[in-house]
Design a protein around this ligand. Structure first.
Ligand code: B12
Length: 215
């Protein structure tokens, strides 16, 4: 039954069925399916299909915007259920989408997943200037800095943020995570990030492991 509910979410999102997707998400939550399962095995595969359709020119920007709108609605339902119930924070995790980039669906999933696991997440939003990452990381004494980029043209900002953190003496105080559709492990290595994660679950797993392991 679980699997069917999740598949239905993916199909309805792919078909851009606003009401159907929201109703299915509500039903899944009523069936006590964990919110992260809804994201990982329902909404994310649905978004992947939308991306593929866009690449095949079956969907256009207007469909992408509608998909983002539906995702936002679904995440508003899931968010409160994912709030951390722990008393102790696992660490302060600063996240944002780099300058020039407005994609935030994936970053929001990462934020939600980390919050639900007990990290204290500070989300800077989208189109975040390099200096803002530095200023906020210093202000909150971040343990982790996570950057998202979905555009080849905005990836270089990840490198410049790392340089900025280095030049201001806080590079060694934080663990740097990078991700987003265009980012790869080799790019992460090249720019000197500590971790790359292909999705929100992997980000959570690596962040948790890094606490016990050090860097
Ligand atoms: C939805 C979408 C949009 C929406 C975004 C809405 C929003 N609020 O986010 C809108 C319509 C606004 C949009 C606009 C544009 N888009 Co667009 N968009 C997409 C699309 C279809 C899906 C992205 C998405 O949300 N995926 C679902 C989420 C769940 O996946 P994700 O973002 O990859 O995130 C997961 C992981 O990557 C990871 N992750 C993400 N962030 C982070 C951060 C950290 C720290 C970590 C560890 C992990 C991590 O975890 C996430 C969850 O599991 C992609 C296609 C694709 N296949 O990715 C194109 C795509 C990214 N867009 C593209 C383009 C070109 C554009 C535009 C330039 C189009 C235009 N001509 O105007 C504009 C740019 C606007 C801007 N300045 O940013 C290209 C980029 C190509 C490239 N190589 O640069 C893509 C790849 C489509 C394509 N094949 O052409 N887009």
């Amino acid at each position: 039954m679980d699997r069917e509910s999740l598949k239905s979410i993916a199909l309805k999102l792919e078909a851009l069925d606003i009401q159907g997707t929201v109703e299915d998400v509500k039903r899944a939550l009523n069936e006590k399916i964990a919110p992260f399962e809804v994201v990982q095995n329902g909404l994310s595969p649905g978004m992947d299909k939308i991306g593929e359709k866009y690449e095949r020119k079956e969907y256009f920007l207007s469909e992408l915007s509608l998909a983002a709108y539906i995702m936002k609605g679904a995440m508003e339902l899931l968010g409160p259920r994912m709030k951390a119930s722990r008393e102790r924070s696992l660490g302060r995790f600063l996240v944002g989408t780099v300058k020039g980039d407005l994609h935030d669906i994936g970053k929001n999933l990462v934020s939600m997943m980390l919050t639900s696991a007990g990290f204290e997440v500070y989300d800077l939003g989208v189109d975040v200037p390099d200096e803002k990452f530095l200023q906020k990381a210093a202000e909150i004494k971040a343990d982790f800095v996570g950057m998202s980029s979905l555009l080849t043209t905005t990836m270089p900002s990840m490198k410049s943020v790392i340089e900025l953190l280095k030049n201001n003496g806080i590079r060694e105080e934080v663990k740097i995570f990078v991700g987003g559709a265009v980012v790869t492990q080799s790019f992460a290595d090249e720019i000197g990030a500590d971790y790359y994660a292909k999705d929100a679950m992997e980000c959570l797993r690596k962040a948790r492991n890094s606490i016990t392991k050090g860097k």
